[in-house]
Design a protein around this ligand. Structure first.
Ligand code: PMV
Length: 408
């Protein structure tokens, strides 16, 4: 244990961290608050869908601030295709998220004076989001040896994908918060050398999938060679350039889901099929690992789609049952089967929501995207693919900060 420091330095850091899509899913925990999983999971880190977060830490006492800058649907990182009318329905939802809905809070009065406010639309994200962010920063502050509640934080966070797209942002969000928060507090952690330790810190946010977003490419969690079962860390199996698989996210419903993934983890053991799932997973994980190592898309697709259906079978047979699928989800699954029947390599996977991630080799991405956009229930298609790990864009401490940066 380190003794609390009496005069911590001010710090400011900005980090970008990617989202990820699980090929073998984390579903069910032996300790939900600390995200200790009941089974190993394996994901592909994404490239276009990411979160950029700036954390300011000031040793002076005061109120913590958490701001969210909602982003419009279009953007150069996230290519969106699909029927215009449908796309604008998503854009309208995003406009509501950007402030037309008074329940989303008021804009920050000084937003324009701050360099990271390029969108000029910081919003108060609401008490639940703010409390989770501050609880995680408390973990980091403890890790830095500071007194609980010492100083104050200001956090500004923006996703490259619209908050209304029905895509989970907790993985990229907590990964970016971990990297930026650790750097602002002066924790001596290096993104590559200490990726395992950073992944462990990210897990303490309660978001298991965030643990995997600390690494690029294909990521396994827990690391079987990682030692401590009560501190599971993530490990990279292959970098992104091992296989630049495409992920085309077919959006069929952009509303908030009724049951969060935390609710799903909690209910998983109530399914009569859950024990059978856990029993069969090592063999499936093995097949996914082999298919990735061999770049064998046919074997990968079979195992990944089987796994996604299995997760939803557990959700649908939990007590009470959880239905994440909508009619649009089933339409996309049928379209993926038609693609395969036509000789186009593609497979589907679905997280805790209705939208479908369609994976394919990079050379098939254009035709898969075009075919998905033709499905009437598809609102739009986000184009993504295998990507690298987080980036620390800026990290300043103490004297490196100008006076105005120090006195926000
Ligand atoms: O990390 P959480 O608590 O949001 O759970 C993630 C659950 C799934 O996305 C469905 C699966 C996964 O492994 O990412």
């Amino acid at each position: 244990m380190r003794s609390p420091r009496s005069s911590p330095l001010p710090g400011r850091a900005t980090a970008t961290a990617p989202a990820n899509i699980a090929l073998v899913k984390y579903w069910g925990a032996r300790d939900l608050a600390h995200a200790l999983p009941l089974n190993p999971s394996l994901s592909m880190t994404l490239s276009a869908c990411h979160t950029r977060t700036t954390v300011d830490f000031s040793p002076a006492p005061g109120e913590d601030e958490v701001w969210l800058a909602p982003r419009e649907l279009a953007g150069d990182e996230t290519v969106v295709i699909g029927p215009t009318a449908m796309t604008s329905a998503v854009a309208a939802a995003d406009a509501a998220a950007a402030g037309d809905d008074p329940a989303r809070g008021v804009p920050h009065p000084e937003a324009e004076q701050h360099p990271e406010s390029e969108q000029h639309n910081w919003r108060d994200p609401g008490p639940a989001f703010t409390a989770r962010v501050l609880a995680h920063l408390d973990n980091l502050r403890r890790r830095a040896g500071l007194d609980p509640g010492a100083g104050r934080f200001r956090v500004v966070t923006v996703n490259s994908f619209p908050s209304s797209a029905g895509i989970a942002s907790s993985a990229s969000g907590f990964a970016a918060l971990t990297v930026a928060g650790a750097a602002a507090l002066g924790l001596p952690l290096h993104l590559e050398r200490d990726a395992g330790e950073l992944s462990s810190l990210a897990r303490q946010s309660g978001s298991g999938s965030a643990t995997r977003s600390l690494l690029g490419g294909f990521v396994l969690w827990p690391d079987p060679a990682g030692g401590d079962a009560d501190d599971p860390r993530a490990v990279q199996l292959h970098p992104a350039d091992h296989w630049r698989l495409a992920d085309l996210v077919a959006l069929v419903d952009t509303g908030a889901k009724e049951v969060s993934s935390l609710g799903g983890h909690r209910l998983a053991p109530t399914s009569p099929y859950f024990a059978r799932r856990l029993e069969g997973l090592p063999e499936r994980l093995d097949r996914v690992r082999r298919a990735l190592a061999d770049r064998d898309f046919a074997s990968l697709g079979t195992a990944v789609e089987e796994e996604a259906i299995d997760l939803h079978l557990i959700a649908m047979s939990s007590r009470p049952p959880i239905f994440y699928w909508t009619a649009g989800t089933v339409d996309v699954l049928a379209a993926v089967r038609r693609l395969r029947a036509d000789g186009v390599p593609a497979c589907a996977t679905i997280d805790a929501g209705p939208n479908v991630h369609v994976l394919c080799p990079p050379e098939a991405a254009d035709s898969v995207a075009a075919r998905l956009a033709e499905v009437p229930s598809v609102l739009s298609v986000l184009r993504d693919g295998a990507g690298d790990g987080p980036v620390l864009e800026e990290a300043l401490r103490g004297e490196a900060l100008t006076q105005s940066e120090e006195s926000w």
